[in-house]
Design a protein around this ligand. Structure first.
Ligand code: PLP
Ligand code: COI
Length: 355
């Protein structure tokens, strides 16, 4: 750890908002904790991160985030167990992915201790904001954006790194109905789909709105070239169970390398479930739905954990999925959340104690 982080400055809020929060009825990402981590990049280097009161940011109208969309983010969660110990889940993977995303958008990488030590300091200051209620957690949003200005279409010379947090409940309630996309794409070969770049999400909103108008909640993204292969489920990776095999597509330029996805693959394999990481065609899914082999579909991601899919629409036809007693979605969700919240052994070494 370097000296800057050793002496991480903490400026505490004078008026905590915590008394106004109903921790038993939390929505997702609507209320923000008292503090945030703040750090600026200028003249080729990051200055010392600070914990400061949660606050608005002043930006010049020419800041390149507004014009050229240089912005990347991460999504993580902190959990508090019955002993009030605080846990993160595979945080170094989020740190590494933030830099992979930053690289793709020609933004500066962040040093590891700025991220890890900065996050730990923030979680200590806002410890009271980490919910203990079942199904709730502190959602953590680290992000970097171009705060440097100029209308020239080139990378900014100044950046800002912030970690903001929000005590949160479930992302989705209940099962979702999805539409398999035939026209729009969220990503392309050689593009930025594998990065957590803000623009990837902006590009999804319009096709998702069209799907919502038709009565679906989410879009299942297909490959941009042929729209024949299943790729992602909204802002989640997707798993499909045909008979007793769990199938998910391989990561690529177009697909985010999800931390939940890779954990689910390992967990399922460790439970003896057959897992196939391979291209999965819409045709195969439709055929399996028609002949009764399609048992489950679910999205997997940090915010939603595992989100079961009730049915899907494709080329004007709706296909319903069966109600299963012992679904992989519910047993794997239980397994992963038990590990995340320190209710079960963690043979994989994924859990990270915040001390
Ligand atoms: N795919 C997309 C496009 C996402 O935004 C996310 C959310 O983070 C995921 C997949 C799931 O990734 P993770 O499990 O690392 O949260
Ligand atoms: C997450 O799952 O953490 C995400 O980043 C998805 C999101 C856009 C809410």
């Amino acid at each position: 750890m370097n000296a800057i982080i050793n002496n991480l400055e903490i400026i505490r809020t004078k008026s905590s908002k915590i008394k106004d929060v109903d921790f038993d009825n939390l929505k997702f990402g609507q209320i923000f904790s008292d503090h945030m981590l703040l750090c600026h990049y200028k003249d080729g280097q990051w200055d010392a991160p600070k914990v400061v009161p949660y606050q608005s940011i002043n930006l010049d109208p020419s800041a390149k985030i507004f014009h050229y969309g240089q912005a990347v983010f991460e999504g993580m969660k902190a959990y508090k167990d019955a002993n009030e110990d605080v846990w993160l889940f595979r945080p170094m993977d989020n740190y590494k992915r933030l830099n992979i995303s930053a690289n793709r958008l020609a933004m500066p990488e962040l040093p590891e201790d700025y991220f890890m030590e900065g996050l730990k300091a923030l979680l200590k200051v806002d410890n009271e904001w980490i919910p203990k209620q079942d199904g709730s957690s502190l959602y953590i949003r680290p992000f970097i954006f171009a705060s440097g200005g100029g209308f020239h279409a080139s990378p900014a010379d100044e950046y800002t790194f912030i970690i903001a947090t929000a005590p949160s409940g479930a992302y989705f309630s209940g099962k979702v109905k999805v539409l398999i996309e035939e026209k729009y794409s969220r990503s392309a070969n050689g593009g930025v789909g594998y990065a957590k770049a803000g623009g990837n999400y902006a590009g999804q909103f319009y096709p998702t709105q069209l799907a919502v108008e038709k009565g679906y909640q989410q879009v299942i993204w297909t490959d941009d070239n042929t729209h024949e292969y299943i790729e992602e489920a909204g802002a989640m990776n997707i798993f499909v169970r045909i008979k007793d095999t769990l199938i998910t597509g391989p990561t690529s330029d177009r697909i985010l390398d999800g931390i939940t996805r890779k954990s689910i693959i390992e967990l399922a394999e460790s439970e003896g479930i057959a897992v196939e990481v391979r291209k999965l065609s819409v045709h195969e899914v439709v055929e399996a739905a028609q002949n009764g082999d399609l048992k489950e579909m679910f999205g997997a991601g940090t915010a939603a954990v595992i989100s079961p899919i009730a049915g899907f629409g494709y080329k004007g036809t709706d296909y319903d999925l069966p109600e299963l007693e012992n679904s992989y979605a519910s047993s794997l969700k239980q397994r992963i959340t038990d590990i995340q919240t320190n209710k079960a052994e963690d043979p994989f070494g994924w859990r990270f104690k915040v001390e």
